[in-house]
Design a protein around this ligand. Structure first.
Ligand SMILES: NC(=O)c1ccc[n+]([C@@H]2O[C@H](COP(=O)([O-])OP(=O)(O)OC[C@H]3O[C@@H](n4cnc5c(N)ncnc54)[C@H](OP(=O)(O)O)[C@@H]3O)[C@@H](O)[C@H]2O)c1
Length: 242
């Protein structure tokens, strides 16, 4: 928890305008991303320590996309680290129209995975518009939250049971995702947009052998310092998104 007053903002991309004494690996005009959480990026000028930021190649992608590196990294790690997925497998995710969700869907298309995108209920024209956009990105199915997602997939004759569920909503939405999973496959909680803790029925633990995991990018970065810095610095799959 930050003490007020503070500058908000975790994400962003900056240009080095001046380096102080002792700075080894950064020079003026370098592009940098925040490496440390809560640096306060909602400002135009800041003084930060070299170890709290990381250099990225300026020609990797447009500045707007570089500022979304956090979301791209989350999407990549979620697909890479869980579920041992192979082409043809299905992945189900809620908050699918979020930035992270859009990245997951596009990565799924590149990896030949089938993305089942779950979005909040909205009126028909808005649903059609959002579903069209997500399908254009690569989603195989787009479903509305509420009721049984498993029943909706059966109704649509979509029988490839997901091998991975990605939950950014919590509450009843988590259990609805879990219901669709193949037995023993993981559900990864990486956000809680509803503000309600995920709820699972005891049958999901005992009969489906539900495996619930948690993911947090900052913890991953702390545990994988070398990989994390290399990830942003190399033209990786994420650079091709959008
Ligand atoms: N674990 C990590 O390291 C990590 C890192 C980055 C982000 N995240 C998480 O990833 C998720 C997406 O982040 P983002 O920046 O990509 O989000 P975003 O682009 O701001 O989109 C927000 C999404 O949340 C949905 N949403 C908002 N309130 C909701 C509610 N009460 N119930 C259900 N859905 C709701 C929105 O749906 P509508 O369009 O219907 O409003 C939208 O899909 C967040 O939960 C965030 O905390 C986690």
């Amino acid at each position: 928890v930050l003490k007020a007053p503070f500058v908000a903002g975790n994400d962003g991309v900056g240009v080095v305008v001046k380096v102080g004494p002792g700075v080894k690996n950064l020079s003026e005009n370098d592009w940098v991303l925040p490496y440390k959480a809560a640096l306060g990026t909602w400002r135009s000028l800041a003084i930060w320590r070299e170890k709290d930021i990381m250099k990225i190649p300026a020609n990797l992608m447009p500045m707007e996309y570089a500022a979304m590196m956090r979301e791209m990294c989350v999407a990549y790690r979620l697909l890479e680290d869980y579920g041992t997925l192979k082409p043809g497998d299905s992945v189900i995710l809620n908050a699918a129209n979020s930035t992270v969700g859009s990245c997951v869907i596009q990565l799924c298309r590149m990896l030949k995975l089938r993305a089942i995108a779950v979005i909040r209920q909205r009126d028909v024209p808005e649903f059609e518009e959002t579903a069209g956009r997500l399908k254009a990105m690569g989603a195989s199915e787009v479903l509305s939250e509420g009721g049984s997602l498993k029943a909706k997939l059966d109704e649509n004759k979509f029988f490839a049971k997901p091998r991975l569920a990605l939950d950014a909503v919590g509450g009843a939405s988590s259990a609805a995702l879990a219901d669709t999973l193949q037995d023993g496959c993981p559900l990864v909680v990486y956000g809680c947009m509803s503000g309600k803790a995920p709820q699972f029925a005891w049958q999901q633990w005992t009969f489906k052998e539900l495996a619930v995991k948690g993911f947090n990018l900052r913890s991953w970065m702390a545990a994988n310092k070398k990989k994390a810095r290399g990830f942003a610095g190399r033209p990786c799959a994420c650079a091709w998104l959008f």
